[in-house]
Design a protein around this ligand. Structure first.
Ligand code: KG4
Ligand code: ZN
Length: 359
């Protein structure tokens, strides 16, 4: 079964073709990072307009790169939740229209759940050139989902059968990376900038606190971000009323890389502490990481140090937003669920992954 996946929930317009939930035939991602970098973050209206401009060419390119025509496509899967409303509308409208015109079954997919399915892609055609895991994860599977909008630990018993173990009580970890990067004057998006700067820095240069949480698997990152802000203010000798956007100019390059490394170490330790606790309590057969922050090398290093099993990682390009993960989850969803009538596919901008949504 070949599924065309479509993704437009934030600032990436993406389309991909996936065969039988594991073989990637094409993977097209049009990133708007350059457009939003000017503003230091995603501007929702600008994102939606940009999706409209490129969605059709991106979908056509996904078919061309897969060397397929519409006759070869069995179904369409599209992100319907969660995300920016204007952005989601562009992808779902394109999918609804194409499903109707081309007479294809349509499956609505949850973006956060789909991030986990990047780990199920184990094969590819010649037009895709990625380093993929050698085999699919097995159930029960512990998933650490870490992105710009989400930080959660989810236990999957099977496809579509999962339980939320814990989540952030405030900021998502990617959001904390982005905010700390702003304080340090590092370019958007902050995650890769901090990770790069941290390579040059001393991760023990500054003492930053780890939040104590009530829930055994819950996270918090807002206090850590504020602790970085206060430490920077102390370091440059200004009080808390000093405008935070002017702090970076007072930091030396050495101070910046040391702050980046110290923040990254504590943020990643926070994630790994909880992942380790969940692993001990639930003895999963496999562990996967998913979402944009899964691209972080320090997270991969600490996890392999602390968990007693070897983890196979999805390639970086499948960790950040893409449509391959949508087409992949679409396949498993289609095994158990009926398609949704195109007119009934509605967007849900905020829908967290708290319980099984299908099974
Ligand atoms: O999953 P994603 O592409 O979009 C969302 O659904 O949020 O994740 C984007 C987030 C951003 O906050 C970005 O700064 C972060 O992932 N990120 C990273 C790295 N690469 C991307 N964070 C830490 N280290 C990285 N290497
Ligand atoms: Zn995402």
């Amino acid at each position: 079964m070949r599924i065309l996946g479509i993704e437009s929930s934030c600032d990436e317009t993406a389309a991909a073709v996936v065969e039988d939930g594991h073989r990637l035939l094409s993977n097209v991602v049009n990133s708007q990072i350059d457009i939003h970098a000017v503003y230091g973050g995603v501007v929702p209206e600008v994102a939606a307009r940009s999706h409209i401009e490129v969605i059709n060419p991106v979908i056509n390119q996904a078919l061309t790169e897969a060397n397929l025509t519409w006759d070869d496509i069995d179904a369409i899967a599209v992100t319907y939740a969660p995300g920016l409303i204007g952005s989601l509308l562009v992808g779902t409208l394109a999918a609804r229209t194409l499903a109707t015109l081309k007479n294809k079954p349509l499956y609505p997919i949850h973006h956060v759940e789909a991030h986990v399915y990047a780990n199920f892609i184990t094969d590819q055609s010649n037009s895709v050139n990625l380093t993929l895991p050698s085999k699919q994860p097995t159930f029960p599977m512990l998933a650490l989902i870490v992105s710009g909008g989400h930080s959660q630990l989810v236990l999957f018993k099977d496809h579509g059968d999962f339980e939320l173990l814990g989540q952030t009580q405030d900021d998502a970890v990617g959001e904390a990376f982005d905010k700390v990067a702003k304080i340090l004057g590092l370019p958007y998006p902050g995650g890769p900038s901090i990770a790069n700067a941290a390579l040059e820095g001393d991760p023990y240069a500054y003492q930053l606190p780890k939040a104590k949480m009530q829930g055994a698997y819950d996270f918090s990152f807002s206090g850590l971000k504020t602790a970085v802000l206060r430490a920077v203010q102390r370091e440059v000798g200004v009080d808390t009323t000093f405008p935070s956007r002017e702090l970076a100019a007072l930091l030396s390059d050495t101070q910046k890389v040391n702050f980046a490394a110290s923040f990254q170490r504590v943020a990643i330790e926070t994630l790994v502490d909880k992942a380790e606790a969940a692993f001990k309590d639930h003895s999963p057969a496999s562990v996967v990481i998913a979402g944009g922050v899964a691209a972080n090398q320090e997270l991969r290093r600490q996890l392999s140090e602390r968990l007693p099993l070897s983890i196979e990682y999805a390639p970086m390009s499948l960790c950040t937003d893409n449509a391959a993960m949508i087409g992949t989850l679409g396949y498993y969803y289609a095994q158990k669920k009926q398609p949704t009538a195109p007119v009934d596919v509605e967007v849900v901008p905020s829908l967290s992954m708290t319980k099984t949504v299908w099974a």
